[in-house]
Write a protein that binds this ligand. Structure first.
Ligand SMILES: [Zn+2]
Ligand SMILES: [Zn+2]
Length: 149
């Protein structure tokens, strides 16, 4: 069985990438501003629906294209990923679905490097929006992560 991370912002819904992008960019008091959002698109087939797994102990996320089955890592997750499947858990919407459209929100430093990444998911069944994982990027240059949604 998979553990299910509890997404913040529960109850918000959307139907498009723009809705998810707006959700990722909403002001979060005390949080970092998100200046850039990139939609997740399968680098292999162009698909836009995914299952998303995160690591229990590390901050890392891997998406699996529902169209072609290709696994791809979000941002720098490949460096932190452990192939032990016991440590993986699949993101699940409160409605029970594990199929999502996905986008990554980036908080940027003044010099353009990435400070923080947020993995936002939109449930393809009920439209529920959530940030299911986020982590700090503490090295530079890191602007290349903008191309690794
Ligand atoms: Zn694909
Ligand atoms: Zn749902």
């Amino acid at each position: 069985m998979h553990d299910e991370p509890t997404p913040p912002g529960l109850g918000k819904r959307g139907s498009t990438f723009d809705d998810l992008a707006a959700f990722l960019q909403q002001p979060d008091p005390g949080g970092y501003p998100v200046q850039a959002v990139r939609e997740c698109v399968c680098r292999s087939c162009g698909g836009r629906s995914f299952e998303v797994a995160v690591m229990e102990e590390e901050n890392a996320a891997r998406r699996t294209c529902l169209t072609c089955g290709q696994h791809e890592f979000i941002a720098d997750s490949e460096e932190y990923w452990d192939d032990d499947t016991e440590l993986e858990c699949y993101c699940a919407c409160p409605c029970g679905s594990e199929e999502f459209a996905a986008a990554v929100g980036y908080s940027l430093r003044e010099d353009g490097d990435v400070r923080w990444v947020f993995v936002g998911l939109r449930c393809l069944t009920c439209g529920g929006l959530g940030i299911y994982e986020d982590w700090k990027i503490s090295y530079g240059p890191s602007a290349f992560l903008l191309d690794r949604a």
